[in-house]
Design a protein around this ligand. Structure first.
Ligand SMILES: C[S@@+](CC[C@H](N)C(=O)[O-])C[C@H]1O[C@@H](n2cnc3c(N)ncnc32)[C@H](O)[C@@H]1O
Length: 194
């Protein structure tokens, strides 16, 4: 079975608790939900860019994500190398045609999150494109954050940061999260002036 589900096949489906104490209202633990949803698509954008012929360097703190990306890249013969790195102690090492940070910057405290955004903008080549997606204020899902180690951008902060760039895409999204919480995103894709 491809997805995560709970299926009971029982003689008396109305009383699952009589079969070895099965819960009557089965649910999927949060850790499994996180694994099956966000982690499932980690690195897909890096792989898609390499499939389009870009030479891609991908960085992430997760060994699992990095291994998965390198494995896919090797299988498909792509020009893509992923490295494990703690990006809170990392400065971008050169200038790039495109820099993409999807769902990353909110995992740093405010000063660092802003500094990382500035680093991305500074290291995008003139005429190049940066794509940034962050969680913004109004997000109430805190399950993935360590206290003091996150920052919710204000809702026009990305727009201001990209002032003077050509906006190719700017979109606000909202998605439901566990326990009646919500995740609010802003995504900007913009071209740096030449
Ligand atoms: C929501 S996921 C986005 C993943 C990826 N950007 C993508 O689009 O597939 C958040 C990612 O941030 C990474 N992350 C969080 N803090 C980090 C840090 N200090 N250094 C490196 N990666 C970090 C996590 O490992 C996780 O893969």
């Amino acid at each position: 079975m491809g997805g995560t589900g709970v299926i009971y096949v029982l003689h008396d489906v109305t009383k699952p608790e009589i079969y070895g104490g099965l819960p009557s209202n089965p649910s999927i633990p949060l850790s499994v939900k996180l694994w099956k949803h966000p982690l499932k698509w980690l690195g897909n954008l890096a792989i898609a860019a390499a499939k389009q012929g870009c030479a891609v360097t991908a960085l992430d703190g997760s060994r699992t994500a990095v291994d998965r990306i390198n494995e896919a890249a090797n299988k498909l013969g792509l020009s893509l190398a992923a490295y494990q790195a703690d990006l809170s102690h990392h400065a971008i090492d050169g200038d790039y045609d495109s820099i993409v940070a999807i769902g990353l910057l909110m995992f740093f405290p405010q000063d660092k999150a802003r500094a990382k955004l500035a680093d991305i903008l500074a290291h995008t080549k003139p005429g190049g494109v940066a794509a940034v997606n962050v969680l913004i204020e109004g997000t109430t899902f805190m399950g993935m954050f360590e206290p003091g180690h996150y920052y919710l951008f204000d809702d026009n902060e990305l727009t201001k940061a990209f002032e003077g760039w050509e906006f190719l895409h700017s979109k606000y999204d909202e998605s439901p999260a566990p326990e009646n919480t919500v995740k609010k995103f802003h995504t900007v894709v913009a071209r740096k002036p030449k």
